[in-house]
Design a protein around this ligand. Sequence first.
Ligand code: GDP
Length: 196
Amino acid sequence: MKITSAKFAFSSEKLSQIPQDGLREFAFIGRSNVGKSSLVNMLTGHGGLAKVSGTPGKTRLINHFLINGGWYLVDLPGYGWARTSKSVREGFGKLITDYVTKAEKMWFLFVLVDVRHEPQKIDLDFMTMLGREGVPFGVVFTKADKLGTNALAAGVANYKQELLKHWEELPPTFVTSSEKRLGAEQILEFIENNLT
Ligand code: GDP
């Protein structure tokens, strides 16, 4: 799929503010600094759509971008900045859990992880919550350019092995680099195949 138009549609601070117009929503989430804004900008070919390393206050909203007039790319707040709550579910914030578990048109969630790091508990906990709630998701490895070919393959394999400890089947996975513009086609093709 080629993105011919991408424009900011609206920001929401709670689920009830999200307009219901029937279009499918493909959402992106991950820990702060994982490279989410850069990925959104790479996917849309629009350098300024999502703010790279934006101010924390502004990025705690759900941002909808209308793509090709036919679907929404949804930029969710980063998690992992204030994990003080007792339960894991609460720990990700009400806005995030409400959106991913209750938004009617939330069609697929891309969970971003930095390929250089060992699997992090917070990400695995988040995916466990998604599994329990029946939320369809995939894993996007970011910053692939920061590793050489062998280390990249090892990092991805290591992560998949960890996932297989928790899941019978692997979710869809995508290897990306916003720096080198890698992986956008795979993600956009996946979305295209899930539009109808
Ligand atoms: P966000 O907080 O998840 O939205 O992350 P950002 O997109 O703001 O990126 C965080 C930092 O990682 C910034 O300094 C980016 O330049 C850097 N970064 C993001 N994606 C990549 C990538 O694919 N490769 C490299 N080398 N750096 C990246």
